[in-house]
Write a protein that binds this ligand. Structure first.
Ligand code: SAH
Length: 254
């Protein structure tokens, strides 16, 4: 079948029929936002976050929750409304501005001392801070580690070659007792091009296993017509709880 697109050797078409690198740059992501190719965005609170929020909270109230690669996720507003402090990082300024506009939250926009390429957008009530920068430049900006992490559309969006660097960074952001909920997909990567990339169970063990305890919380069939259109006949969504091994050693409440 002719696709009308010349496919250079080593490249293939993505699930939208465009020629795409398997490795996305931050510029590619910004272009996606500009072209409104944001099929990953959901217009409702993520059902698995709702279901498993208690696991992140672990009996605590008003905690500091991190959203890596946050997009304009509604989950951030939902948690802030419950009294938690939300910090996100997102490379697309458009995404961050859309978040505040669509959620009707007034905000300030400030430069970040020592990092001319970054800005922070803060809700006027101080509950939500979204950093506009590359995730990999972010660690030096954070004054305080996190009690909870909701990783949805994040590890699965990172180029597989950057995963180790990403996970190393995430681990440095976990405070003692941090409950990190990781949402991933598992599917046949030969059948379609990410993102989201498939993250096999072994990769999770490999990436987090040395420093963290990993518990599988839920594994469910998430195949819909959207994934069938991508050529898939199996699409499994998994939720893992990641905690620091040092928490167990120190007798921290985990
Ligand atoms: N977590 C969000 C968005 C998932 S899509 C949700 O659940 O809806 C991945 C997001 O990460 C995109 O919005 C993209 O612009 C952003 N992104 C990709 N690479 C990034 C990087 N290196 N640093 C910061 N943001 C990045």
């Amino acid at each position: 079948m002719s696709t009308g697109v010349d496919i250079p050797e080593g490249k293939r078409l993505n699930k939208y029929g465009d020629l795409e690198n398997l490795e996305l740059t931050v510029e590619d992501w910004m272009t996606r936002w500009e072209k409104k190719r944001i099929g990953f965005h959901e217009d409702e609170i993520h059902k698995l976050l709702k279901k498993h929020l208690d696991i992140i909270l672990n009996g605590r109230k008003q905690i500091r929750i991190f959203f890596p690669l946050c997009g304009k996720s509604l989950d951030m507003k939902w948690l802030a409304d419950q009294g938690h402090t939300v910090v996100g990082v997102e490379v697309s300024k458009m995404a961050i501005k859309e978040f505040f506009a669509e959620q009707n939250v007034s905000y300030t926009q400030e430069s970040v001392p020592g990092m001319p390429s970054a800005e922070v957008f803060k809700s006027c009530d101080g509950q939500i801070s979204l950093f506009n920068c590359d995730m990999f430049d972010f660690s030096s900006l954070i004054p305080q580690k996190f009690d909870g992490i909701w990783d949805r559309g994040s590890l699965v969006a990172i180029n597989p070659s950057d995963r180790q660097r990403y996970v190393k960074l995430m681990i440095t952001l976990m405070a003692k007792g941090c409950h990190y909920l990781l949402d991933t997909f598992m599917y046949d990567q030969d059948k379609c091009v990410g993102p989201p990339f498939s993250v096999p169970e072994l990769a999770i063990q490999d990436l987090y296993g040395q420093s963290c305890k990993i518990q599988l919380i839920e594994s469910s069939d998430a195949l819909t017509d959207r994934q069938r259109l991508w050529g898939l006949d199996s699409f499994i969504e998994k939720i893992h709880l990641i905690t620091l091994k040092t928490d167990a050693d120190s007798g921290a409440f985990v």
